[in-house]
Design a protein around this ligand. Structure first.
Ligand SMILES: C[S@@+](CC[C@H](N)C(=O)[O-])C[C@H]1O[C@@H](n2cnc3c(N)ncnc32)[C@H](O)[C@@H]1O
Length: 482
């Protein structure tokens, strides 16, 4: 984060913001420097604020996107309209594909253009307060990523894909149109500088951009997801000054409403003086939060996720069944490996916070992954056909399935080099901060989830054995009639 952000620039930025026709900023809130809490800037209530108060209003004209920037007018061919079905707000891995840019590439181009315009851009004060350094995983060294141990989030960073996409879809447009992108007299960036700029802008968009709903879009859907910042399935993305100074958490107190001419941010419950105004990024686990936004949060740990590979499950199944390799080979040979899922997600599948941004439900794992159970059973049924003695009946099959799942969770847990107890000790030691602490928090949360999964599998196995025991007991009635 550039220090510029805090040295008087927040006040300049606020004046710049308020000068947009239709912009409003409630006098009872203020932008604060929250760096001592590791939160950059945030917006804080100065006095008690009642529910439903409109905290600020951002006119749509102040949002940066393909509709407001001049770039689309100056390069109409590059922005030919297209029906977009890939709107998942991620860097595409289709670096080589031709055709009009999707919403993600379009916003990168628009932001590169506005940035290069310098003081000529209507948003240059906004660029002054955007970050230049990031804690998102894209910017971590290999050594830093090692702190995440066996977390599957490491495989999802996609730095190389983003790099190829910038080279294929951003660089050529900038380099073929220097008169458009570079104001007269300004220095042209080298290829390396442009790629670095695209990465920075890509990371800023990932952590700061909003999907913009049209007021008349999907009215029903909007009602359903009233407080959810739904980042999927929407076409237009944009940078929304002021709304993106809000920090966020899995328990929150404000909501961004998308109206025809403006976006408004409203208090969804009373906010006490001194409390931070918080937005919501969705039910993300800490790994995903760190990847996209560069931070972790205690409240997000409930949405933690562990990915289990099918290979790990296969090892566990083989150990549980202890059957001949030949039988295993025969049983699995009849399946097309393409039809098998190669990874399974373990998560607590919790409900969303309520319309006041609060969460009251249980935070423990209630169910084991059903798709995993089904895939294991496909294999077990094939084995039973070849070797009926190995799996006598459905009861036995269920037990083998639960044992194999429990074993697979243990194998996954063993992939992390440190134990949950080691991590807990380190977390409470006060000797760790910054990236190492965030990585520690991610891997610790995943280990706790795996331990819950191990306990749940064992509990279900015990229940199944107990039920079987009861079935084996002759009933009282039968005893009497004997
Ligand atoms: C939309 S911006 C919010 C404004 C940001 N704090 C700033 O100073 O520009 C999102 C970024 O803010 C930070 N952030 C948001 N919520 C946070 C939280 N609860 N704790 C720590 N950092 C947070 C992360 O760096 C994230 O990438």
């Amino acid at each position: 984060m550039s220090d510029l952000v805090f040295e008087g620039n927040s006040a300049n930025f606020l004046d710049w913001f308020k000068a947009w026709p239709g912009a409003a900023f409630h006098e009872d809130i203020e932008i604060q420097d929250l760096r001592k809490n590791g939160r950059g800037r945030g917006i804080v209530a100065k006095t008690d604020i009642p529910e439903d108060t409109v905290l600020f209003t951002i006119p749509r004209a102040a949002i940066i996107n393909t509709q407001t920037s001049d770039l689309a007018k100056r390069l109409p061919d590059a922005f030919a309209p297209t029906i977009l079905d890939d709107a998942d707000n991620e860097a595409d891995d289709d670096g080589g594909e031709s055709g009009p840019p999707d919403n993600w590439v379009s916003l990168i181009l628009v932001m590169v253009y506005e940035y290069l315009q310098g003081e000529k851009s209507r948003w240059h004060r906004y660029f002054d307060v955007l970050p230049t350094e990031f804690n998102t995983l894209m910017w971590w060294s290999d050594k830093e990523l090692d702190w995440l141990q066996a977390s599957s989030i490491v495989a999802k960073i996609g730095k190389d894909d983003a790099d190829s996409m910038f080279r294929a879809r951003v660089l050529p447009i900038v380099e073929n149109n220097p008169d458009v992108f570079y104001p007269e007299g300004s220095r042209k960036l080298s290829e390396d500088e442009l790629i670095l700029l695209a990465h920075r802008i890509g990371s800023t968009i990932m952590a700061y951009a909003f999907d913009l709903e049209n007021d008349d879009d999907d009215a029903g859907q909007e009602e359903e997801d009233e407080w959810v910042e739904d980042r999927e399935g929407k076409i237009l993305m944009g940078m929304v000054p002021m709304a993106d100074i809000l920090n966020a958490d899995a328990e929150f107190n404000a909501h961004v409403n998308h109206e025809e001419d403006s976006l408004t941010v409203t208090a969804i419950r009373p906010i006490a003086a001194g409390q931070e105004i918080l937005n919501y990024y969705g039910p993300l686990g800490n790994g995903e939060l760190l990847r996209r936004y560069g931070y972790t949060s205690v409240h997000h740990a409930r949405y933690d996720v562990v990915e289990l590979s099918w290979n790990t499950v296969v090892s566990a199944l083989k150990q549980t069944l202890a059957i001949d390799n030949a039988i295993w080979g025969k049983a699995t040979a009849e399946f097309d490996p393409e039809e098998f899922e190669d990874a399974f997600v373990i998560d607590r599948d919790l409900e969303e916070p309520n319309s006041r941004g609060e969460f009251h439900g249980s935070k423990t794992l209630k169910n084991l992954p059903e798709d995993l159970r089904e895939q294991i059973n496909v294999i077990l049924k094939a084995i039973r056909k070849l070797s009926p003695g190995t799996i006598l009946d459905k009861q036995k099959r269920d037990e083998i399935c639960l044992s194999a799942m429990g074993r697979a969770f243990e194998l996954k847990l063993a992939e992390y080099p440190t134990s949950t107890a080691d991590d807990a000790k380190l977390l409470s030691s006060d000797t760790i901060s910054g990236r190492p602490e965030m990585a520690l928090f991610v891997r610790y949360g995943e280990k706790l989830l795996l331990q819950e999964a191990i306990s749940l599998a064992s509990e279900k196995l015990n229940n199944s054995a107990a039920a079987q025991g009861e079935d084996d007991q002759p009933s009282a009635k039968r005893l009497r009639t004997k």
